[in-house]
Design a binder for this molecule. Structure first.
Ligand SMILES: [Zn+2]
Length: 377
């Protein structure tokens, strides 16, 4: 870090300094959102029109990534089909600015080969592999949960990545949580048992705009029931072009015992009054609140998950993360062996950047020792 590299004038190749005094500087697109050697940016809508930028890539439809995007946006946006559907429906950006790209298919964008790869985050979330005419490969993970299946992505096989723009949300060994399938199996098991024990159980799953759908769809499939969603949530789910959505989602709360509610409605009092609206059909609530890693919910195995109970309302916080755990991130980086890593999350303070830099160096030397050991064998 620290050296200066200009990109269409003005941009420097160093992280902005925090805590400076005086008038606030105009929001300038930081270097880690720009793809050097191109005129592309990733997830950089909050900086308005960026001078010299010709293509705005959007990794997925979470607010902190599309913030600043409005129906008045007048530049080319590249993303997955699902994310383009969401941008069109929820933000009303005009069709002519939206360029949906297929997955796993190298596409030419202004002379740069761009391949979208499934990011295992929320629906529509992708990683971008940029392959430049000079032979440099840059991979931007967007938000992702690394998975061993990514090691079999044809686009990454034998691909020498120069710069990895890495989702470093949980880049610390303290961040350990169970695999998604383990958490889903746990929730399904609890739900099935609750319904067997009391057929008048109403099941509620908390949800944000998009993400964590796998939890409630798995419960629906296991119980053989539909999923009731609010009108707003259904509009969002309709953008996913998914057979499961068409088959399972309903607006009629009387039609199914499984309801999806906004996360903010999972407080005991809210659930209590929600249940009142469904008596006498149901007389108790079992709720699941999928969270990422939290201090209150720092379990590395599902065996340690404990519910909170209040009368006939039971709430399970479940550690369902859509970001990589530390060990998953480490394995992905050691598989990819990038020449350089740029953290895209928690990169605001010199202290946390330094800590991550140390971790990356450790992974690198460990990885080299391992490959040397396997070479010697
Ligand atoms: Zn996200």
């Amino acid at each position: 870090m620290g050296r200066t590299r200009n990109w269409n004038g003005g941009a420097t190749f160093s992280y902005p300094r925090g805590g400076s005094q005086g008038a606030p500087a105009a929001k300038q697109c930081p270097f880690y959102k720009k793809i050097p050697g191109t005129t592309f940016v990733v997830d950089a809508f909050r900086y308005g029109t960026i001078p010299g930028c010709t293509a705005y890539f959007l990794s997925h439809f979470h607010y902190d990534h599309y913030q600043g995007l409005s129906k008045h946006f007048r530049h080319a946006i590249y993303s997955s089909k699902v994310t383009c559907n969401l941008v069109k429906k929820k933000i009303r950006v005009a069709d002519r600015y939206l360029h949906p790209l297929p997955l796993n298919t190298p596409c030419d964008v202004e002379g740069v080969q761009v391949t979208l790869l499934e990011a295992n985050h929320c629906p529509g979330a992708v990683m971008f592999l940029f392959q430049l005419p000079d032979g440099k490969n840059l991979l931007h993970t967007g938000d992702f949960r690394a998975d061993t299946s990514m090691e079999c992505y044809p686009a990454l096989t034998g691909c020498k990545v120069h710069t990895l723009y890495l989702d470093t949300t949980y880049c610390n060994p303290a961040y350990s949580f169970p695999a998604q399938m383990e958490v889903i199996d746990f929730a399904v098991g609890v739900a099935v048992e609750a319904v067997q024990h009391n057929p008048k159980t109403l099941i509620v799953c908390g949800s944000y705009t998009i993400g964590k759908e796998r939890v409630f769809f798995a419960i629906a499939e296991a119980l053989g029931c539909k999923v009731c969603a609010t009108r707003d949530k259904k509009n969002t789910l309709d953008c996913l072009d998914s057979d499961q959505v068409k088959r399972l989602v309903t607006l009629n709360g009387r039609e199914t015992r499984l309801h999806v509610l906004p996360m903010k409605d999972l407080k005991f009092n809210s659930l209590k009054s929600y249940l009142e609206g469904y008596r006498p059909q149901y007389d108790s609530v079992l709720a699941f609140e999928p969270t990422g890693w939290t201090h209150n919910n720092s379990v590395s195995t599902v065996a340690n998950i404990r519910p909170k109970r209040h009368g006939n309302i039971t709430v399970y916080g479940i550690p369902y993360s859509e970001h990589s755990s530390y060990t998953e991130m480490k394995r992905f980086v050691q598989f990819l062996q990038p020449a350089k890593i740029l953290p895209t999350v928690n990169n605001g303070s010199p202290k946390s950047r330094h800590a991550m830099e140390q971790i990356f160096q450790q992974w690198d030397s460990e990885g080299k020792q391992q490959s040397l050991a396997s070479w010697v064998k």
